[in-house]
Design a protein around this ligand. Structure first.
Ligand SMILES: [Zn+2]
Length: 427
């Protein structure tokens, strides 16, 4: 049976910065038609009155299971936070804890209109299991670091994960290689990953140039800055999802032009960990693909892409002392089509077009902050909240209706997450 969203205002993110009115038909997992169309007799109808349809938001950098560590040990310096708090807590996480952490993340993302995310973590089998349950779309990578002695073993682990789980969870899960960062992986490993990525046509998901400290370490070890260093290892010949990209110069941007590199900017995490401000306007001007991500919930502290959009737009205006920097359409693009390009899934998701996967969110716009209707795109960026998302469709399937998640038992997940966190953090 087909789904027919009737008489709705919609923003396709493929036809420029304006909304239109019409209907959307969904057959199986695809958008089959959009515009001035009529339903067929057997279609299930959703009345679009007072709703706005747009592409589901794509969170291009996450560590979903870290929801269990949300607001744990906040406001510490980065290395102290990681070494004394986060790493010891993560060492205590069982496979089942990671599954629960993923379910909590999926629930939060679905309730905020995120329909796809890129994730790097360990024990990613549990993320696949969570996608099967929630119906969430994901690009998963096994986060890996090596100590040079074990780099071949780590290469086989990374490849095995990709081969076992590509196109799993009924096609909802795609995969990437996941070397953690230039300062936690050896040269031999990063070179091996780059070769593997090219040979197997697998994208790489990696943290790049997140802090000044990272830049200093790499400069000391190699005599090069991070971007030229990774380039010298052949990494940018492959497809790369580069998380953070804060310490990137004009020469670095020049070097990346024409490469298949997407920058996932995690503004709130970069602010909270006091990492720095990524050169987003320079990326946009140069034509570098930019997506938005939340990073893990322990450094954000939520998975709210609406907040991420608003913070990003505002931060760069004040940083540049220029209110024309980053338009609402550019901001919305970063959270939808831009992030989809970062995940190398833009042929399938990120815009509303016939033939694309039906990952669609419906927002309730019959609310004070959407009136008067002076500029809907501005209102989406500067006024909308995660709680405005009323219905979520992923891969043609309704996973949330009238704010009720249909695939997950909300109360059970909250209780289980509370239980897990108590166990891990007080052990
Ligand atoms: Zn991260």
């Amino acid at each position: 049976m087909a789904l027919f969203i009737k008489n709705i205002e919609y923003l396709t993110m493929a036809d420029g910065p304006q909304t239109a009115f019409g209907s959307i038909r969904i057959e199986n997992e695809l958008i089959s038609a959009i515009g001035q169309i009529e339903p067929q007799a057997s279609d299930e109808i959703i009345d679009g009155k007072h709703l706005l349809a747009m592409p589901g938001l794509v969170n291009s950098h996450n560590h979903a299971a870290m929801t269990l560590l949300r607001s744990y040990a906040d406001n510490l310096p980065l290395m102290e936070w990681l070494n004394n708090k986060i790493f010891p807590a993560e060492a205590r996480l069982s496979a089942e804890d990671i599954y629960i952490g993923n379910l909590l993340a999926h629930l939060e993302m679905i309730k905020g209109g995120t329909t796809c995310y890129a994730d790097m973590y360990f024990n990613q089998e549990q993320a696949v299991r969570a996608c099967e349950q929630s119906g969430m779309r994901a690009s998963l990578s096994l986060g890996t670091a090596d100590n040079l002695n074990n780099f071949k073993e780590k290469l086989s682990d990374s490849l095995r994960f990709c081969e076992n789980y590509n196109n799993s969870a009924s096609g909802l899960v795609s995969v990437m290689l996941g070397p953690h960062a230039p300062y936690t992986c050896s040269q031999a490993y990063l070179r091996g990953i780059s070769e593997l990525a090219l040979e197997k046509d697998l994208p790489i998901h990696i943290h790049i140039a997140e802090t000044q400290n990272e830049q200093n370490i790499i400069q000391q070890q190699t005599g090069m800055k991070v971007i030229p260093y990774l380039n010298s290892l052949g990494m940018f010949e492959a497809k790369v999802l580069a998380a953070h990209m804060v310490y990137v110069s004009a020469e670095d941007i020049e070097l990346l032009l024409g490469k298949k590199v997407g920058a996932s900017i995690c503004t709130q995490s970069e602010m909270k960990l006091a990492s720095g401000i990524a050169p987003v306007p320079a990326y946009l001007n140069a034509g570098i693909t930019v997506g938005l991500g939340t990073d893990g919930a322990s450094s954000n502290n939520d998975l709210d892409m609406w907040e991420e959009m608003r913070t990003t737009a505002l931060l760069h205006k004040v940083e540049r002392l220029n209110s024309t920097v980053i338009t609402p359409y550019e901001t919305l693009s970063m959270a939808t089509s831009g992030s989809a390009r970062c995940l190398f899934l833009d042929q399938q998701i990120g815009t509303l077009k016939a033939g694309k996967k039906a990952d669609i969110i419906l927002l309730n716009t019959l609310q004070p902050h959407f009136y008067p209707r002076n500029d809907m795109l501005s209102q989406l960026v500067y006024c909308a909240h995660a709680s405005d998302v009323e219905t979520v469709i992923i891969n043609g399937k309704i996973v949330m209706k009238n704010r009720q998640c249909l695939t997950l038992d909300e109360e059970k997940i909250l209780f289980a997450a509370e239980h897990c966190a108590k166990k891990i953090l007080t052990r």
